[in-house]
Design a protein around this ligand. Sequence first.
Ligand SMILES: Nc1ncnc2c1ncn2[C@@H]1O[C@H](COP(=O)(O)OP(=O)(O)OP(=O)(O)O)[C@@H](O)[C@H]1O
Ligand SMILES: [Mg+2]
Length: 228
Amino acid sequence: MIVFQGVSKIYPNGVKALQGVNLHISPGEFVFIVGPTGAGKSTLLRMIYRDEVPTRGKVFVGSQDVTRLPSRQIPYLRRRIGVVFQDFKLLPHKTAWENVAFALHVTGAPEEEIPRRVGRALAVVGLLDKALSFPHQLSGGEQQRVSIARALVHEPPILLADEPTGNLDPATSWEIIQLLAAINRRGTTVVVTTHNKIIVDMLRKRVVELSEGMVVRDQQHGLYAQEG
Ligand SMILES: Nc1ncnc2c1ncn2[C@@H]1O[C@H](COP(=O)(O)OP(=O)(O)OP(=O)(O)O)[C@@H](O)[C@H]1O
Ligand SMILES: [Mg+2]
C-alpha cells in the first residue's frame, strides 16, 4: 500500500536527506521509523503525503504514484492520509470540536454529516467530554488526542505520526502510543517516527532504521537499537 522505489531526496541546499530508499509497507501494518536526528525520518513521511517530492525514485500510495500526482489531486491524497505532529498544530482560537470539524469544512464535507463525524472521531480518542475546551485548556496529551481525532476524521486508511510523543511525559507518551496501536488494530496502517526507545522496545513492532538517509535495518518485532 505504501511503496518506496529507489527514493533519493536532495534538498535545494544540497543536503542528501534520503538515499536509495526501498520500502514496502502493507495495509494494516504498524511501523516505527527510527534513527538519529537528521537521518531523514520526517523527509520520508513527507514523501508519502506529497509534502515533498523525491529527487529520484517513486513513491506509491495504493496504486497511485504520488510523485506524479497532478496538484489538483493532492487534496484527495491527503484525505486518505492522516498526519499527526509533535507540536499538535491545533488552531488556538478554536475548540477541540471546531478543530476537528474544520478539517471537514475545508474539504467541503456535507454540513449535515459534520456533527456525526466529529463526534465519532472525538469518541475514538476518548475526548468527547473535552469537546468544548480550547487547546490552552487541555494538557499536552489531550491536545495530541485532538490532533489525532482531526487526522482520523476522514477515516483515512493511513495514519502518519512524526514524533507524536516528542512533547509529552513518559506516561502520556505511553497512552498516545496505546491509542495509535488501538487505531492500528481497527485496520489503519500506522507509521510512526520516534526517538522513544522505551516505547519501541515495549511494542516490538516492525522497526525501520534510517542512518544518513539510508535504510540500515528493517526488522519485524524489532527493538529501538540493533540487538547484540
Ligand atoms: N526543507 C528542507 N530544506 C533543506 N534541508 C532540509 C529540509 N528538511 C530537512 N532538511 C535536512 O535533511 C536532513 C534530514 O532531515 P529530516 O527532518 O528528514 O530528519 P529527521 O530524521 O526527521 O530528524 P529529527 O529526528 O531531528 O526530526 C537533515 O540534514 C535536515 O537538515
Ligand atoms: Mg524529524
